[in-house]
Design a protein around this ligand. Structure first.
Ligand SMILES: Nc1nc2c(ncn2[C@@H]2O[C@H](COP(=O)(O)OP(=O)(O)O)[C@@H](O)[C@H]2O)c(=O)[nH]1
Ligand SMILES: [Mg+2]
Length: 445
């Protein structure tokens, strides 16, 4: 229920120096009074308070409290923040006081942000930007999420929608007042708006991978024959033993993934089973999965076995021929030179997972490649498939408009186009997408 007052621990769970409990809703100030005795705080000012058990007057903790009156708060409602010591006991006893209070209840996941959205404090793209910001692990993810949270996409999509709505208004003025065909100059005017919009949306769509690569991470699949040292290389790059290394070929059967931060970009590095003629069912499945990962990866790292030099594995060469691959020959500690006498035209980088030789050069190459493909441009970037789907629908409706001869139908196409954009920002027809978006939030946001 919307007018219920909610509370949640807004800082992370577990032991910490400070923890923050946030309360939002009409009873916020009264709740603060019941907990601490502070009844008329100066707005947006920190006050020293003591959380006290009402029956025994025992002080649970002392901390700070702030009051943000509606509408100038995160949720747009009255909000109170209580800063306490982040001890499990303090939080447990304070929460239990709040739980016993019939005027407040524990917030559901994402409920604070949901209220902010309902009160027009942010649009859906900004809400999603906030979720991304909370989840950001690398600096590129943080930068991108912050831009979105600040309203970069909200402004862009909002502007497109407004232009469509104005075009619809022009049409409607005509449709309402006459049964005749539209004056051709009006149609020309709207045609121009549509053409310009379509060009802008198409150009925005054409750069749709960058934002998602940053947000979801750049996926690199390590492929190569068994025993080439793929698992050793992954462990070396991850600085831990994530994958099993064995002399026995075919040890890695499933796909093992580790998360890395390369130059501020999130990277998922996947170790795969060796490419070879598999004998058993599980192994065949392993090889099939390797190829599947290799195909869908943003980059493939082909690892050849240097102990076989100058022979290069045929199945791996096939993957390399598919392009988008960085080729390595591992085990340079065995004393061969990959720059010499290889028949293959692809430049090969010599590395040793054992000694670490060549890995710095590999990391530089990888980081350059990733930053080239992920670098944020000055233009707003698409971060979600949901946006792409809606924008494509919008373009389709605009195309439809162009071939519509009847004014009513043309106006309806524009309406559909505006609705597609509205679905992204949450201006229309949003109930079905709301659940999807807010379920990714954790409690306390
Ligand atoms: N000499 C040498 N041996 C290596 C190197 N990297 C891996 N190995 C060995 O090669 C064998 C296979 O390694 P592993 O990482 O399991 O290969 P994978 O089957 O490609 O995952 C193991 O015995 C490793 O110790 C290296 O750079 N130099
Ligand atoms: Mg392996």
């Amino acid at each position: 229920m919307r007018d219920q007052t909610i509370f949640a621990l807004s800082s992370g769970a577990g032991k910490a120096g400070i923890a923050v409990i946030r309360v939002s809703g009409p009873e916020s100030l009264l709740t603060l009074g019941r907990l601490t005795g502070l009844t008329s705080p100066t707005v947006r000012r920190a006050h020293r308070v003591k959380i006290t058990k009402p029956e025994t007057m025992e002080i649970i903790d002392d901390g700070l409290a702030l009051f943000f009156p509606a509408p100038n708060s995160f949720t747009g409602e009255d909000v109170v923040e209580i800063h306490l010591h982040g001890s499990r006991a303090v939080l447990k006893e304070t929460s239990s006081l709040l739980i016993q209070d019939p005027n407040v209840r524990l917030a559901e996941p994402g409920e604070f942000t949901r209220r902010a959205f309902d009160n027009g404090k942010l649009d859906l793209t900004a809400a999603e930007g906030l979720a991304d910001l909370v989840n950001a692990e690398t600096s590129a993810q943080r930068r991108q999420a912050q831009r979105q949270f600040r309203g970069e996409l909200a402004n862009l999509y909002g502007d497109w929608r407004e232009r469509l709505v104005s075009a619809i208004a022009l049409f409607e003025a005509e449709i309402d007042f006459s049964d005749e065909d539209l004056p051709s100059d009006l149609r020309d005017q709207v045609d121009k708006v549509v053409e310009k919009l379509e060009a802008e949306i198409s150009s925005h769509l054409s750069d749709s991978t960058r934002g998602r690569l940053v947000r979801d991470g750049f996926y690199i699949a390590i492929v190569g024959p068994p025993n080439a040292g793929k698992s050793s290389l992954l462990n070396r790059l991850a600085h831990r033993d994530a994958a099993i290394v064995s002399e026995k070929a075919g040890t890695t059967r499933d796909v093992i993934e580790v998360h890395l931060d390369l130059g501020g970009y999130a990277v998922i590095l996947a170790d795969t089973a060796g490419l070879r003629d598999a004998s058993g069912g599980i192994e065949i499945e392993g090889v099939a999965r390797s190829l599947e990962r290799a195909n869908s990866a943003d980059l493939r790292l082909a690892v050849f076995d240097g102990s076989k030099w100058p022979e290069l594995d045929a199945a791996t060469l096939e993957v390399v021929a598919g392009g988008n691959t960085l080729s390595l020959v591992n085990k340079t500690d065995l004393g061969f030179d990959p720059k010499k006498n290889h028949k293959n035209s692809t430049p090969l980088l010599g590395v040793s997972a054992k000694t670490g030789e060549g890995l710095d050069e590999l990391l530089v190459k990888l980081t350059n490649d990733i930053s080239e493909r992920c670098q944020l441009s000055a233009d707003p970037t698409i971060t979600k498939t949901r946006y792409i789907t809606a924008l494509k629908e919008c373009v389709a409706s605009l195309e439809q408009y162009k071939s519509a001869t009847l004014a009513e139908l043309a106006a309806e196409d524009l309406r559909l186009a505006a609705r597609s954009i509205g679905r992204i920002t949450g201006q229309v027809n949003v109930e079905e997408v709301l659940g999807l978006i807010f379920k990714d939030f954790c409690i306390g946001k």
